[in-house]
Structure formats: C-alpha cells, structure tokens
Design a protein around this ligand. Structure first.
Ligand SMILES: [Zn+2]
Ligand SMILES: [Zn+2]
Length: 202
C-alpha cells in the first residue's frame, strides 16, 4: 500500500490499472463512519492519467507507514554486514528524532496562533498551487478541532521530518466539516491572502 522508499501510496487506476501517488497528490481525506480498527479513510487523489479517483487508506497507512513502521522488507546493514528489518531501522530513526523534539509533520493552527505537530489523518483537503511546488492544505487541528489552511511545500507533506521553516497561513476561520469547508477552502486559497508564520515547534 505505502512504499517507504518512494514515499508513495499504491491505488487502483481505471486507465493504468495501478498508480503510485504521493501524499501531496491527495485532494480530500474523510474518515469513514463506524468504529473500524484501524479506522479507514476515503481519499480522492489526482492521478497521473489526468483523472481523479477515490481510494481507501487505513489510519495506520496514513500516519505510521510513512515513518517505515509497517515495512517488512529487509536491507543489508553496511555497518554490521547483517540483514536487518527496514522497519526496525526506520522506527529507531523516527523515535530518535521525535525524542529530540522534531515532528514528522507540523502545521500552523490559525485559531490558536501557534504551530502544532500533526499526522496526515488530520489533513482534510489539499489543492495544488499555481507554482507546482506548493499545496494548499486544510488541517483539522488535533488539539482544538478547528480547521486551518496553510500553504506548504510538497516535500513538507510528502516527506516525514521535512518541515518548511515558514508556511503561508490563511487568516480565516473555517467551518469544521469538510463539505462546508471545501468551497471556502478553494475561494480563500485562490484569493492569495496568505500571511507567513514560522513553524519552529520548540
Ligand atoms: Zn488514473
Ligand atoms: Zn488548534
């Protein structure tokens, strides 16, 4: 489902049969109702074929697989010449960085006026910016539950522990449910009214 080495998800595509997309190509994420363990998210993504398709992603695949914690593949450890599990190595790296105060993902919560750590299951809507390098990102804050819209680089979304030093923030209070937010999201995003905020989490 998720490939740690290419940081991409595999989905079905009616044209290509199968396609690999990075998180920044997701357009909408919605948790399916009901108490599944783990929870399942319905996503929509922009496909390389030019279309947009739906897909299903488990909570684990969204939040933990990018950190390599689900990866059953092995690699030859050049330090020890032993064959090690990728997930143990990547898990160690992730744990060390989190302990050092680095977060895999972060965003700027506009209602709280502060940066917050976050995981992709809190992302709700994404839209590509005109420059091709950035995406508008609507995040439901895990702490205050309100929605903020940030303008961030693709790498900020796609690569764990790569955080923009500064992000664009839309100074607007959004509705909490995704359906109501979607129209506001696109309207605010293209109005270009972003304010720069620093993302240091210390
Ligand atoms: Zn496709
Ligand atoms: Zn918040």
């Amino acid at each position: 489902m998720y490939d740690t080495l290419t940081t991409s998800y595999t989905f079905a595509c009616p044209v290509h049969g199968e396609t690999h997309v990075r998180l920044s190509r997701f357009r909408r994420l919605e948790q399916l109702p009901g108490a599944q363990h783990p929870a399942v998210f319905r996503v929509e993504f922009d496909c390389g074929c030019g279309g947009a398709h739906p897909g299903l992603v488990s909570h684990d695949d969204l939040d933990w697989a990018p950190l390599g914690l689900d990866d059953d593949r092995t690699f030859v450890n050049l330090m020890t010449s032993r064959t090690d599990l990728l997930r143990v190595e990547l898990g160690d790296v992730a744990a060390t960085r989190i302990k050092a105060g680095e977060w895999p993902w972060s965003f700027f919560c506009f209602p709280e006026e502060r940066p917050r750590p976050v995981t992709p299951s809190s992302f709700r809507l994404l839209a590509p910016a005109a420059d091709g390098d950035h995406v508008g990102l609507a995040v439901r804050c895990p702490v205050c539950s309100r929605v903020s819209v940030n303008l961030v680089s693709r790498a900020h979304v796609d690569v764990p522990f790569v955080n923009d030093r500064e992000v664009g923030v839309v100074e607007h209070l959004f509705a909490e449910d995704v359906a109501a937010t979607a129209d506001e999201f696109h309207a605010e995003l293209w109005s270009g009214s972003f304010d720069a905020r620093r993302l240091g989490l210390e």
